[in-house]
Design a binder for this molecule. Sequence first.
Ligand code: ADP
Ligand code: MG
Length: 650
Amino acid sequence: MLAGVGPAVRRKLARLGLDTIRDLLEHRPRRYESPVPERRIADLREDEEVTIEAEVLSVGERRRGRLRILTARVRDESATTTATWFNQPWLKAQLQPGTRLRLRGRSGRYGFDVRSYDLGEASATADFAPVYPASEELPPGRLRGLVEAALPHARDFPDALPAETRQRLDLPLLPDALTALHRPRDEREAELARRRLAFDELLVLQLGLARRTREREGERAPALGTPGKLVARYLELLPFELTPHQRSAIAEIDADLARATPMQRLLQGDVGSGKTVVALYALLRAVENGRQGALMAPTETLAEQHFLTVEPICEELGVRVALLTGSVKTQEEGSQIVVGTHALIQEGVDLGELAVAVVDEQHRFGVEQRRALAEGRSPHVLHMTATPIPRTLALTVYGDLAVSEIAKPPASRKPVVTSWIPEEKASKAYQRLRRLLAEGRQAYVVCPLVEESETSSARAAEQEAERLARAELRGFRVGCVHGRLRPAERRELMRRFKERELDVLVATTVIEVGVDVANATVMIVQEADRFGLAQLHQLRGRVGRGAEQSFCLLVSRAKEELTDSARERLEALEASTDGFELAERDLEIRGEGQLLGTRQAGLSDLKFTRLRADRPLLELARREAAALVDRPGPLADEVDRVFASREAAA
Ligand code: ADP
Ligand code: MG
């Protein structure tokens, strides 16, 4: 860190994720000030943003409610005015009479409202001055000073990008880019700098992915030939026709399995689009070749749900299947398909003949767990995810995987009718729910998000279940599931719900994934405004799984109390049931790099990339990475560094 930065400031910087000089240099400005004219005080006009240069005559301070207003009489050669600062009392000591200032702001009700100021050397008020993401404890001025102090060090960092590549692509030198990032002469220079830095991070990412692909090329998996009798019988047993999307996913999987290079395929599809059907197909391909298949899920609930789906079909096919989680272990001796959580790997199950592994909700697994699965064997791997990811992002995060997409659910399914209902009309939602229950349907009620802990959210759900059973849901059979139930209890509850011994399941978000009860056609989400868009979409996927029309009722706090983005989320969900469309919308509402699942993938590290706008840059980085993957040197070291820390964090 910089010389002269004390431990207190250091801690504050660390809370912004700024630990080193390099971090400071790479602290990307949120935006730049637009250029404004310089004016004499006598020429100030109402509501025009300008800069003035002036000298302090006197300083005063007053309070209005919680507001602390600092005022200074200031003068230039033309006139005097009163400059006002809000809630910056510490400035008072610096505004001694006679001090020279540069102020940027506009004439307002209280005189000249100061937006930024320079005491001494100009920077904050300058045209295109950077505006940093700051924190309350580290005001923008202080942060700007620290970045300024770091700038001379921009030349200390070697440029990892080969000079030939840099010149051919006409990119600025690294130190120039870092300097221009903080002190651009204009918007264009700032953008060129950002683009260079974005290219670097995309290149490193793509190199890491290219390396992984390369490493796998040397591995050997059993080639499984062409589809045989077992899978043919399986497809006949299914009570429905596969959709075209399912058929093409299966064809792609078959092509992969025919090769001795291990399959690395991502099966993307919305909740309920029919991925599990495809996954079981892949597992059975292993079985018909005298090998084993494993299906891994990130939670016990999900593993159990998969087991319940898979077991009856396997039984009919005469395939031995076992469930293995931290708490359950069915007969595993000689099993051909094993379903489980990561306990599957840890408990040393005999997977000596493993040929196909399906990893569900793959982004939830840590790198370690995925690696452990592959340890000492190289099965064909099918990753499944129900979190639709916009294409650009998929390429960035999963660039080393082939992608199959189930873009449309089975046609027999009607889109879930979604309504956003403000709290004051919540009774209407329950009326609708009761009507559907009376017709023999079943329902979910999702409780508000409780941040503190699994235990407190479990408690809240139980209380809510009791309350509902006495009030809105009197006369109906109400159960409650949450993350604090013992596995046996939870299984029993799910079984009772599935067999219609319960009408309503009051739940925390543990039902988010995996629950599959076709007769459950209505869901109420309480305080829906507090959930993220992706999460609400996942939750909604629990209904609409049969042929009946399903409903999702999103109850929110009063409309006036909601933030803009909460309103936009709920509107988006009302308007669309298409997961990919919603993922794009989510990206728009939330801004770059914050999409669900991206942090686990290390994407939160992308500081400079604008995922959508930089699509061409991403393609460029992919092409360059292919040529550079084998080249040792500073760039390769950088890839080591970034991927090592990323995997350590995963
Ligand atoms: P996902 O795993 O993508 O959430 P599932 O494979 O669990 O979806 O399928 C959801 C439901 O749709 C299941 O009840 C399944 O039996 C049914 N289903 C799957 N494929 C089809 C199809 N082609 N036609 C009709 N129903 C289907
Ligand atoms: Mg499923």
